[in-house]
Ligand binder design. Structure first.
Ligand code: NAD
Ligand code: WQD
Length: 338
């Protein structure tokens, strides 16, 4: 079975993807600097699967460390999660984001080329569709400038990967455009563990539920949506993780560069998340409505038919599963991996 290098594999989506890769029989090498994760997630991945993986602590901006990995292990394909992802922070420290997300990706590509490894699956984001495309987003739409520096790094890396594959036919690149990943492994042993105050909705909700935060603030309730709050396309992290396995299988056979939306195609409102979470989990989420958050779009969701047609991937988990699994993880791990 093929051997997969997973950069950022100790993180939220990476750890769930390692479970799916190991369950599918792949060999897994994780390369992560642990700047936003803990080795504990990988220990638990190995317990859950009964399989072992190799962990290498390193930084994707470090060419020497990357070259060493490719010298030491024969790699068949790379899944590239490593990078920084906080939208607000990317506005404060853009250069740090350019360095990790753009320079880091270029260093990885250089190390791959040097080692003769040309199969890559990249963690992109729905943010590359920018502000002006109507939902549902499909992959034929022209991309446009995201309104924050984090999104900008995803757009740049997508574009340079497109150009690379046009110039050199040896490359086979998959761009997975994630919508809003939530949920956790059914066991509750691995999940999302943000540092400090969560930026994203779901970890904020679960931290209110577990008593770490007083109340949820809903940003805006005068949007042109069904209940006035923003609508998003929430996707279970296990479904998202499985999409990576399908993408690797596809890339091991194909060449070129291809993008796939990874979402459910169902717009779900912020209020619906709060209310369904309360109902499914029998726990109250004290809530207040506050001003809109700068930069938020009223609604966006995927047209995910291409992923189904070309990868054979289809989401399996319901909204109720997403909310029950998020809570199961948080309840069992009130302070995350600490
Ligand atoms: P995460 O922070 O949990 O995982 C990222 C991992 O990368 C962490 O383990 C971190 O320690 C590591 N890392 C960061 N910089 C590194 C570097 N320079 N060298 C080596 N390792 C480094 O985030 P996640 O939610 O699992 O996201 C994974 C990827 O998916 C990211 O590229 C993110 O931008 C992308 N993505 C995430 C979302 C989301 O909402 N979670 C949505 C769309 C795209
Ligand atoms: C969802 C909705 C908020 C927190 C971001 C990135 C995107 C992608 C996924 C990486 C919005 C509302 C939130 C809170 C709230 N990441 N909200 N109270 O903004 O859709 O997407 O994460 O690629 O690029 O931009 O996700 O979870 O931050 O917000 O009312 O305390 O929840 O206003 O409408 P978003 P989110």
């Amino acid at each position: 079975m093929a051997r997969i290098l997973v950069t950022g594999g100790a993180g939220y989506i990476g750890s769930h993807t390692c479970v799916e890769l190991l369950n599918a029989g792949y060999e897994v090498i994780v390369f992560d600097n642990l700047s936003n994760s803990s080795e504990e997630s990988l220990r638990r991945v190995q317990i859950l699967t009964g399989e072992s993986l190799v962990f290498i602590k390193g930084d994707i901006r470090n060419q020497h460390e990357l070259n060493q990995v490719f010298d030491d292990y024969q790699i068949d394909a790379v899944i590239h999660f490593a990078g920084l992802k906080a939208v607000g922070e990317s506005q404060q420290i853009p250069l740090t984001y350019f360095d990790h997300n753009i320079t880091g990706s270029i260093q990885l590509i250089k190390a791959m080329e040097k080692a003769g490894v040309f199969k890559l699956v990249f963690s992109s984001s729905a943010t590359v569709y920018g502000e002006h495309n109507p939902s549902p987003y499909n992959e034929e739409m022209p991309l446009s400038m995201p309104n924050n520096n984090y999104g900008y790094t995803k757009l740049i890396v997508e574009q340079l990967l497109q150009k690379l594959s046009q110039a050199d036919q040896r490359w086979s690149i998959g761009l997975l455009r994630y919508f809003n990943p939530v949920g956790a492994h059914k066991s509750g042993q691995i999940g999302e563990d943000p540092q400090g105050i969560p930026n994203n909705l779901m970890p904020y909700v679960t931290q209110v539920a577990v008593g770490r935060r007083e109340k949820l603030s809903i940003f805006g309730h005068d949007y042109p949506t069904k209940d006035g709050t923003c609508e998003r396309d929430f996707i279970h992290v296990v479904d998202l993780a499985k999409a990576h396995v399908f993408a690797v299988i596809n890339r091991l056979k194909q060449t070129g560069c291809r993008a796939w939306n990874i979402g459910t195609g169902m717009p779900i409102s912020v209020l619906q998340i709060k209310e369904t979470f309360e109902k499914v989990n029998c726990v109250a989420i004290p809530t207040t409505f506050v001003e809109r958050r700068a930069g938020d779009l009223a609604a966006f969701y995927a047209d995910a038919t291409r992923a189904e047609q070309e990868l054979g991937w289809k989401p399996q988990y319901s909204l109720e599963d997403m909310l029950a699994d998020s809570w199961n993880w948080q309840k069992q791990n009130p302070n995350g991996y600490n």
